[in-house]
Design a protein around this ligand. Structure first.
Ligand code: NAP
Length: 314
């Protein structure tokens, strides 16, 4: 516990890994903490077309695998521990995990965001038994079955296209009559014969009789009608992929770090927070565009800012 790191980075998604790369290269004594597996949301993506320089068959796990290699190469200490709390009251900051307490001169918060839930009856009970939040993780379970994808953003529509490689039919259930997804992604989905759309509808209830999802009720927000969807008798199950956006992971910091109205960390392009020496990078901060490319960019800036802060203050 007495060791004082130069920098502790929380979260090993693209933002945290890029911070760690820059910090490692700058020879900062750096600890990178990750509660699950490295990569964050992007490891749930099968196809990455918009990260500059990536090969055509780029996937989230491949890209993250290379980022982790780079970080290891530059001597960053990557540990799989869950951060449970912070103490920013002194110049040297404290980070508590489920295993240890660590000290550091500077902190980068790159904890990202978690999938938003629908909060409807049956969703929690049937998670992992028909309800999923990750197409890449669970698509293979739905070979030749039917899948309902809930959501109308880039994630929902891109993943619906990916799911057509497995499923017999994919229905995109959207709460409005127009997709939020970018035009290029929308056009691909519209042209895909395996995809149908259920417009103006939200999930009211998910249920199942044999321990797996075989029934869902959708509510049409325009007509007010409820419609029951049942699994084909031969299938006995269908998939419900909930892809309705993300919520920032701020539960451990919300009492000390200033958040904006949307619940994201209030940090501008300098990535400084209201606490000196604490920086925010990636999806956890309020920003215009949440992509791998903007997350890695944040990571680089945050590490350089942390280095400057340490030089000036220690
Ligand atoms: P998003 O853009 O926030 O879209 C969420 C979608 O879910 C919206 O269509 C929203 O409907 C719907 N929704 C939200 N809450 C709902 C609820 N309770 N019930 C039903 N529907 C609900 O989230 P995202 O698609 O995950 O994307 C997140 C960020 O990552 C975005 O900035 C996106 O551009 C980016 N992204 C980019 C790519 C790419 O460039 N290839 C791929 C994936 C993600 P409304 O439209 O009515 O609000």
């Amino acid at each position: 516990m007495s060791k004082i790191y130069d920098l502790i980075i929380v979260g090993a998604g693209p933002a945290g890994l890029a911070s760690a790369l820059y910090a490692g290269r700058a020879k900062l004594d750096t600890l990178l903490l990750e509660k699950e597996k490295a990569g964050g949301q992007i490891v749930t993506t099968e196809e990455i077309e918009n990260y500059p320089g990536s090969p055509q068959d780029e996937s989230g796990p491949k890209l993250i695998g290379r980022m982790v290699e780079q970080v290891n190469h530059f001597g960053v200490d990557l540990r799989y521990e869950e951060v449970t709390g912070f103490d920013f009251s002194d110049k040297v900051k404290r980070v508590k995990t489920n295993k240890e307490e660590y000290l550091a001169k500077s902190i980068i918060l790159a904890n990202g965001a978690v999938p938003r839930k629908l909060d409807v009856p049956g969703e929690k009970e049937f998670t992992g038994r028909g309800v999923s939040y990750c197409a890449t993780c669970d698509a293979a379970f739905y070979e030749d079955l039917e899948i309902y994808v809930i959501g109308g953003g880039d994630t929902a529509v891109e993943e619906a296209i990916y799911l057509t490689k497995f499923a017999r039919k994919v229905y995109i259930v959207h709460r409005r009559d127009e997709l939020r997804a970018a035009k290029s992604i929308r056009d691909k989905a519209m042209a895909n014969e395996k995809i149908d759309f259920i417009w103006n509808s939200v999930v009211k209830e998910i249920s199942g009789s044999a321990g797996v999802v075989d029934r869902m009720v959708l509510h049409n927000r325009v007509t007010g009608e409820d419609t029951e969807y049942l699994a084909d008798e031969d299938d006995g199950i269908f998939g419900v992929f909930v892809l309705v956006g993300y919520l920032p992971e701020t539960k451990t910091i919300k009492d000390t770090i200033t958040l904006n109205d949307g619940g994201y960390i209030d940090a501008d392009e300098s990535l400084t927070t209201n606490v000196e020496g604490v920086f925010a990078a990636g999806d956890i901060r309020g920003k215009l565009l949440r992509q791998v490319v903007t997350a890695t960019s944040d990571g680089a800036v945050a590490a350089i800012q942390a280095e400057k802060y340490i030089e000036e203050n220690f």
